[in-house]
Design a protein around this ligand. Structure first.
Ligand SMILES: [Fe+2]
Length: 341
């Protein structure tokens, strides 16, 4: 009761009335002082980023003034620089046609199933618990991609969810005004940020056209003290910041920081097939026993992974604790600390 009242007062201070730029759920802003005010009123996102070393502006400076280059390959150093500056990069044709074709061949039934789905409206059709096979591991745990993301995050990386096949069906163009009016959308076609410590990786399984259904992001907003309110198209336009599209040939890899303002931009009769991976610096891990069962039904041996990769997956595939777990009074699990019997 008191908290609801406090939230109402806070919202009123933050945003008293709807206008042409801020309306309904579109209360997000790119204005420096408004963002500072928001972070004072709603400090949760900032504190979580602080806890996991993900205050993006601090990390931006750390990377910008880093003396040594992490890669021997100049292209990867350049991509790290771009990711730090803009919050998203696409590495064109990173995976060879053969690697992508081998993967698609092994998962042809799952792809066929998703691609045969249809709808009258924009939709995501997903398989979020793919059976783990070597052709998937080869793409998911690519050493250089992981190293690039860890360098950007200035942190050790953990898988946040299970590898997901995503078939995005584009049926009609949308806008924040339209979504505000109809109060419904099935895809993330509003300007938003993800959970505070996340970063995502999209592997294009088919060519993605610049003018078709694709992701868009606002360059440089990864460094902002962003909020969890959606941002209207009008605010993006007014900001004069540059909007970029994520497109490329089959085998290209897009990486986008969860703190960059982004959205899916649907276009009529234009679809997108991707393999998507979520990573985190430590929070919001989606452990799900049903997914564990499905993913490992291929009899993949997790212990065949090297130690670094096994640890990277430990949030979604927990490593056995020698003394098991204890259930705390609040229902949370924690490894039993008592070493005896
Ligand atoms: Fe997102």
């Amino acid at each position: 009761m008191l908290i609801t009242l406090f939230n109402k007062i806070r919202n009123k201070i933050y945003h008293p009335n709807d206008n042409n730029f801020y309306y309904g759920e579109f209360k997000g802003t790119l204005t420096y002082w408004k963002l500072i005010l928001f972070n004072l009123l709603f400090p949760g996102r900032f504190f979580n980023q602080l806890k996991f070393g993900q205050v993006k502006y601090f990390n931006y400076l750390k990377n910008k003034y880093m003396k040594s280059k992490p890669f021997a390959d100049a292209l990867l150093n350049q991509k790290l620089f771009e990711l730090n500056e803009n919050g998203s990069i696409t590495i064109e044709s990173y995976f060879s046609e053969k690697i992508i074709d081998d993967f698609k061949n092994e998962y042809k039934d799952e792809i066929f199933y998703l691609k045969n789905k249809n709808s009258d409206v924009n939709e995501y059709f997903k398989n979020g618990s793919l059976k783990i096979k070597n052709s998937l591991i080869k793409i998911w745990l690519d050493k250089d991609i992981i190293k690039l993301i860890e360098s950007y995050m200035c942190a050790k990386l953990y898988a946040r969810n299970y590898p997901t096949l995503n078939f995005s069906l584009g049926k009609s163009a949308t806008s924040s005004r339209f979504i505000h009016k109809v109060k419904k959308t099935n895809v993330t076609d509003v300007w938003h940020v993800d959970h505070s410590t996340l970063i995502s990786c999209h592997i294009f399984l088919e060519d993605i056209d610049k003018n078709g259904t694709c992701m868009e992001y606002v360059r440089g907003t990864n460094k902002y003290f962003n909020t969890n309110f959606a941002v209207s198209d009008e605010v993006i336009k007014k900001s004069n910041l540059s909007v970029a599209q994520c497109f490329g040939k089959k085998g290209s890899v897009n990486i986008h920081c969860g703190n960059v303002i982004h959205k899916m931009r649907p276009k009529p009769e234009s679809n997108r097939l991707m393999l998507t991976f979520g990573f985190t610096a430590g929070s919001n891990i989606n452990l799900d026993v049903n997914c564990v069962a499905k993913c490992l039904s291929s009899n993949f041996d997790l212990d065949s992974l090297d130690q670094k990769n096994r640890k990277l997956l430990q949030g979604i595939f927990p490593i056995n604790q020698s003394k098991g777990y204890s259930i705390k009074k609040n229902g949370k699990l924690e490894p039993t600390s008592f070493r005896g019997i």
